[in-house]
Design a protein around this ligand. Structure first.
Ligand code: ZN
Ligand code: ZN
Ligand code: ZN
Length: 375
């Protein structure tokens, strides 16, 4: 069972979502199963060809809040406090047109926002049922809520960080010369579960030249003594909140002086970017803080991705720590700081911590050494 989010908290989220929607000139927000729905009503169900959809009126719009759901799936909603939240359940049976139910409920909107992850089949079904209503994305509305974590969410992210740190602490058991990346990844995935996650959302074991591909998955490559290995791992806790942490290891021996020098630059860059985090600094300034020392060392071309991403119910969510994002960060925002260096065909390195913005700085949720540990 997933831990219940207090009903009062859900009620507050629904109310605020309605207010933010009104502020964005949206009359209605439509949310199909996924993390947005989980955030708003406490659980999501699954999205497939049968429409399940939360119809959420903006503040001041006359539609009722309702959850349109296939009759055969209604029993699965029994645990949700929908009645207390004032969300009416409207069931439909195979053969009915659920999109017409949505248009019946809609209350004559001018503009409606659809969840970013709504399947296109449903977006088009709703458009056909409400052909004169402008559609826009709900992301800009819902991110205003989801980006700012409350204390309970931060506690979950902190627990997730501690759990993934415990997996990194055991890396010496998994990364051994002669084993393949796949062997190591299978053990790491099991450890991710053993340490309290419900699953491994991703296990990147980038050994030797594979480390130069930031989103390398795993392969049959045999890990050799002398390899530099990027380990980027994470998964959700039962609450749905994710961990995500990268450390880079050396197998068996100290790597060459040139690798160690470049790694020291990366470590300094990550440190400076974390040190820069405080309320009011913009996302792009944090990105620049990471990029500066790397560029100064002549390695700018080797850092080929943004510095970080928000994290919560999704592994990647707002705010993105990237050039061009002039949004100031605020207390309660949680995101990764993860600069990397990628030397094609040779090796790669990345250091990633999740941080939460505090009143005057930030709290790191991953606390294991960021040194290039030799296993
Ligand atoms: Zn990533
Ligand atoms: Zn990440
Ligand atoms: Zn990561």
């Amino acid at each position: 069972m997933t831990p219940a989010v207090p009903t009062a908290l859900l009620a507050d989220r629904l109310r605020r979502a309605g207010e933010v929607a009104a502020g964005h000139d949206v009359d209605l927000v439509l949310v199909t199963p996924g993390t947005d729905l989980r955030y708003l009503v406490g659980a999501g169900g699954e999205s497939h060809e049968r429409l399940t959809c939360l119809v959420l009126p903006a503040a001041g719009h006359r539609a009722p809040a309702a959850l349109v759901v296939p009759r055969l799936e209604a029993p699965g909603l029994a645990g949700l406090p929908l009645e207390e939240l004032g969300v009416e359940i409207i069931t439909w049976t195979d053969g009915e047109d659920p999109y017409l139910l949505v248009s019946d409920l809609a209350g004559g909107p001018q503009r409606m926002a659809v969840a970013d992850a709504m399947p296109a089949a449903h977006v088009f079904g709703i458009r056909d049922a409400l052909p004169d209503v402008a559609q826009t994305l709900a992301g800009p509305v819902l991110r205003e809520l989801r980006m700012r974590k409350d204390d309970a969410e931060i506690a979950e992210l902190r627990a997730a960080g501690a759990a993934i740190d415990r997996v990194h602490a055991r890396m010496g058991e998994f990364l051994r010369p002669g084993r393949t990346e796949e062997d190591a990844a299978a053990d790491i995935a099991a450890a991710i579960v053993a340490e309290g996650h419900t699953g491994a959302a991703f296990v990147i074991v980038g050994s030797g030249p594979n480390g130069a591909s930031p989103h390398h998955d795993v392969s049959g490559r045999v890990i050799e003594r002398g390899d530099v290995v990027v380990i980027d791992i994470g998964g959700p806790l039962p609450s749905g909140y994710h961990s995500d942490c990268t450390r880079t290891y050396a197998v068996g021996v100290q790597p060459s002086a040139s690798v160690r020098e470049a790694y020291a630059v990366l470590q300094d860059a990550q440190e400076r970017a974390v040190a820069a985090v405080r309320p009011g600094i913009t996302a792009e300034q944090i990105d620049a803080a990471a990029r500066g020392p790397i560029a100064a060392a002549g390695l700018g071309e080797r850092f080929i991705h943004r510095t970080g991403h928000g994290i919560g119910l999704d592994v990647h969510e707002e705010p993105y720590i990237v050039g061009g994002n002039s949004r100031p960060v605020e207390r309660g925002m949680a995101f990764s700081v993860e600069p990397g260096l990628y030397l094609h065909g040779e090796w790669g390195a990345r250091i990633e911590d999740i941080v939460v913005v505090t009143e005057d700085g930030c709290e790191r949720l991953n606390t294991r050494t960021r040194d290039l540990v030799v296993l």
